[in-house]
Ligand binder design. Structure first.
Ligand SMILES: Cc1ncc(COP(=O)(O)O)c(C=O)c1O
Length: 423
């Protein structure tokens, strides 16, 4: 019987351990330990770029100090090691997004490049005069301008699905804009300016019912929630390494294999070819066809470490911790007279955009900076959605899983200080 008691006690200890130890997690991010303007850094600009765990920094250093070589063409050991990490990381990204085939993963510089790639290859080939591209009113400029450029070149038209006062896409209106001239739908999974999570599965169903492919800009989603491209059913999905705790300069485009196969290359050069003569070039297979030139190999090392870190913490843990922190922050800010939150969608990630009555966003940001608090102010590369809400700029506090309730308290105190100084 004594043995039985022991076996019962052991899991009880495991269960009582904290599920999410933010204090412990913060230890992994050396940058968070510093002071700015003599105050502890409160980093709330995660939607612009997130901080990197030491493991990511170490992985990049490892490439340059141990494995530095070009990939694919080398027969020597260093090149083999670098090629292994580069290709093995592709498999890890495939698993991270639950893509069905590793050839569906294309390395790019970031979400911006991925969207330009699709616009300039798939778009150029399939969109003609009189056709339409459908986006939403809450897109980042990266998911507006490449389509605008394409439409201008082709004589096509950009259609925009409207949002309601909460900052949610009005689905019925969006659906009405889908018609037999629509050639592609391009939507943010999560809005960087409002935090709204779009109902991507529904959008994909609506579009596919009319035979229209869907690109999803996941720059603000992949770091904060589980992404399963097969479940979403989307045709293209993209995210940036630097927003998911990895390095700048590396990102991912997922594309359905048949679509990638049918698309022309994006850029010409080394590695994207199988054979070159002056008469004719035969392109390399997917995904290499889209990876011209020496890629950001060090970036891939960093990306691998970042995804490993996120998997270790657990994306479900990240999502639920951030959700609780968002509720706490929303309540704290709503209690401050003069604060108006822009973007109150029912489905939201940890982005709080707000304006402070009578005080310009940039002034709020400057005073918060002197309190050690890093937020972003301005239009957040989403000017049309600012226009929709009738504001030129907002202050944006954006959360990551290493942020704490104490930091939210500092933000609230900082806003009170802004009011005391400028109000
Ligand atoms: C929703 C969204 N899409 C696209 C981008 C562009 O990402 P990147 O600058 O990494 O290419 C951003 C960056 O803020 C974003 O928030």
């Amino acid at each position: 019987m004594a043995t039985t008691q022991q076996t019962i006690q052991a899991p009880a200890r495991t269960l009582s351990a904290p599920a999410f130890d933010v204090k412990r997690i913060r230890e992994d991010f050396p940058i968070l330990k510093q002071k700015v303007h003599d105050k502890p850094l409160v980093y709330l600009d995660n939607a612009a770029t997130s901080q990197k765990p030491q493991k990511v920094v170490d992985a990049i250093v490892r490439f340059y100090t141990e494995d530095c070589a070009n990939i694919h063409r080398g027969v020597h050991l260093l090149s083999e090691r670098a090629t292994y990490v580069y290709e093995n990381t592709r498999r890890k990204v495939q698993k991270f997004l639950n893509a069905s085939d590793q050839r569906e993963i294309v390395y790019v510089r970031g979400a911006t490049e991925a969207i330009n790639l699709v616009a300039q290859t798939y778009g150029r080939r399939n969109i003609q005069a009189g056709d339409e591209v459908l986006i939403t009113a809450m897109e980042h400029h990266s998911n507006i301008v490449p389509w605008q450029m394409l439409c201008e070149e082709k004589g096509a038209r950009l259609q925009v699905g409207p949002v309601n006062d909460r900052g949610e896409l009005i689905l019925e209106e969006f659906e009405k804009l889908l018609n037999d001239r629509t050639r592609i739908v391009a939507v943010a999974h999560v809005s960087n300016a409002l935090g709204t999570i779009n109902p991507v599965r529904q959008i994909v169903e609506m579009a596919h019912a009319r035979g229209v492919p869907v690109l999803v800009d996941g720059a603000q989603a992949a770091p904060h929630m589980k992404v399963d491209v097969q479940e979403l059913g989307c045709d293209f999905y993209t995210f940036s390494g630097h927003k998911i705790f990895g390095p700048t300069g590396i990102g991912v485009l997922f594309g359905k294999f048949e679509l990638l196969e049918a698309m022309p290359p994006f850029q010409g050069g080394g590695d994207m070819i199988a054979y070159v003569s002056f008469e004719k070039t035969i392109y390399n297979a997917v995904p290499y066809k889209f990876e011209a030139g020496t890629p950001d190999i060090a970036g891939v090392y960093g990306l691998e470490a970042a995804l490993k870190y996120v998997n270790h913490v657990g994306i479900a843990n990240i999502a639920s911790y951030e959700h609780a922190l968002l509720s706490y922050a929303t309540e704290a800010l709503q209690q401050i007279p003069g604060v108006r939150i822009i973007g109150t969608a029912r489905e939201k990630t940890g982005v709080i955009s707000f304006v402070l009555e009578g005080i310009h966003a940039h002034d709020v940001g400057t005073i918060l900076d002197h309190e050690g608090i890093a937020v972003r102010t301005g239009h957040h590369c989403a000017q049309p959605v600012m226009d929709r809400f009738g504001v030129p700029a907002t202050v944006r506090a954006s959360l990551a899983f290493y942020n704490t309730k104490q930091e939210i308290n500092s933000l609230a105190a900082g806003i009170q200080r802004v009011k005391a100084v400028l109000g």
